[in-house]
Design a protein. Structure first.
Length: 253
């Protein structure tokens, strides 16, 4: 056998192994009940609902495909769902084999019900790409099914928008403080709720510090439901740990 043939066979064998591993993972992890390692009960556990201010995103990442295509711009001045992240931050890739953590594209597509996909279409951008990354990075540690994970994230995004979008729109072209946002959240959901809100800021060329994300501290994803129903955002904020201060103010495009 020629050396080139051996190399081809070696590459083919490696690719075949990846395919087999991906199929095996699909059967054992994606298409079964939630990963038991994600069903956490320690007191430090919580989750973050991470929302991106659409006009800020393309200032921070102008080369992003969703910015270049105009998909983000079509959303207008609103918050869009980035993700629902189990905490602490290193709680990621639960049950996902190490070899796939840098090869997410090799993993099976994430399937959700049509109504959940419609919810995501109205609350986020790059739906398929976002689903794939968010599920394998964060959702596998959530302890719930993809339908529940994404459906609850979209529903909470809609609820948060009603309170937070007007604050960000009013500040457009100027600066906004975290204290002002927290005060508005206290008004909407009760005293102390605002302490569960934080900013995610980025430094953009010519813009200085820009508010790109609003992050809301919530209970663990498995605790967002009261029986079969998703609890209200106000209730969830009241049951969550405070959000650490990271960015106190920034500009709003």
């Amino acid at each position: 056998m020629r050396r080139g043939d051996v190399a081809v066979l070696s590459i083919s064998a490696a690719l075949a192994a990846i395919v087999v591993a991906a199929v095996t993972y699909s059967v054992t992890a994606l298409d079964r009940t939630p990963n038991p390692s994600a069903l956490v009960s320690d007191g430090a556990a919580s989750s973050w609902l991470v929302l991106t201010w659409a006009p800020s995103f393309c200032i921070a990442e102008p080369e992003n495909a969703a910015c270049e295509s105009g998909e983000v711009a079509k959303k207008g001045s609103t918050l869009v769902l980035h993700g629902l992240w189990p905490q602490p931050r290193d709680r990621q890739y639960c049950g996902v084999p190490q070899e796939f953590r840098d090869r997410e594209s090799a993993l099976p597509a994430v399937q959700v019900a049509d109504d959940v996909r419609d919810q995501l279409g109205s609350t986020t951008v790059n739906t398929d790409s976002l689903m794939h990354h968010e599920w394998y990075t964060h959702g596998t540690c959530a302890g719930v099914s993809p339908d529940t994970y994404f459906g609850d994230g979209a529903a909470l995004t809609d609820e948060a928008r009603t309170v937070l979008d007007p604050v960000l729109r009013d500040a457009a072209g100027g600066r906004l403080t975290l204290a002002a946002v927290r005060a508005r959240v206290d008004e909407a959901f009760g005293a102390g709720a605002g302490e569960r809100v934080g900013f995610g800021c980025r430094t953009a060329s010519g813009e200085g510090t820009v508010i790109v994300e609003v992050r809301l501290s919530l209970p663990p994803v498995v605790g967002l439901r009261d029986g079969e129903e998703l609890a209200s955002l106000g209730t969830l904020l009241g049951d969550a740990p405070p959000m650490a201060l990271q960015c106190r103010h920034g500009s709003v495009p």
